[in-house]
Ligand binder design. Sequence first.
Ligand SMILES: Cc1cc2nc3c(=O)[nH]c(=O)nc-3n(C[C@H](O)[C@H](O)[C@H](O)COP(=O)(O)O)c2cc1C
Length: 317
Amino acid sequence: MKNSLIMAPLAGITNLPFRLMVKKLGAGLVTTEMVSAMGLAGSKKKTFNYLRSDPAERPLAVQIFGSDPETMARAAEIVVGAGADIVDINMGCPAKKVLKTGSGGALLRSPEKKKQIVSAVRRAINVPLTVKIRAGWTADEPVAVETARLIEDCGADAVTIHPRFVKQGFTGNADWSIIEEVKQHVMIPVIGNGDVFKPSLALDMKEQTGCDGVMIGRGAIGNPWIFRQILESEKGLTPREPELSERRALIMEHFSYLSLAIGENRAAKMMRGLLLWYTKGLPHSSRFRGTMTSIKNLDTLVSALDQYFSFLEDRRL
Ligand SMILES: Cc1cc2nc3c(=O)[nH]c(=O)nc-3n(C[C@H](O)[C@H](O)[C@H](O)COP(=O)(O)O)c2cc1C
């Protein structure tokens, strides 16, 4: 890993094209979105699509979720066989469909399951194993420290903590003091995660918590440059905003990666959503949004971008 900045697993977002973009912009490690252990162990073709990778993004962490230790162990073997450099276990997802299978955040309530899963996966693979947790089910059941200790005892190599409770979803603030507390109680590296929306916050998190690495999720959506900006801040430089030309070039690059992965027309439609992020906060972005339904292929994407970006350039003159 060339630095300690990690792209968080984000379902529906951290696909291969997205990971290649953030990697290029400085992320030290990228992570797939959560992949169903049942889907992998059951050889579901669609699930295997999540394992598509490219040498340019490595090292790659693949995150798996599930509730059955043997299935999780089998899935871990499969992802390592497919090229994962690191296997990450999801122990925090608050999504209903995940919780109702006893996976993700539901595991935090079951010490026995947590232990069985981490131990079974540990036995199954030789590559580094990490576990991503939340602070507990609710504030009445804080289990971050005991879970991190258990994870360490079961042989995992690092723990990532997003200090919100499962029932909190994404409300309130991430309580970084919990990251600090975890860091004080385990020897393995602790990755802090939560609410790093601008470069200076990554430095603040490291300083306030002593964490060994910082994982960034939503802060990278629409601003994949955040990794480069944090690296600049760490060197004492003022983080650079991307030039308009750079922003546009990145949009086109993202599109071409997507086209390769899913074909031009589907990629063009997907770009509509991505463009909302890439133009967020830019002047008159709502005006551009109005033209987005016209984007159906490469040509219509280029002409929509030409129109909007030349308007932005003219405004600057
Ligand atoms: C759209 C979305 C999808 C997510 N998908 C996953 C996932 O697949 N696995 C996971 O462990 N966490 C997932 N998360 C949680 C993030 O990895 C991260 O822990 C959380 O967003 C807090 O970090 P942030 O404040 O930097 O965004 C997701 C979050 C969002 C917003």
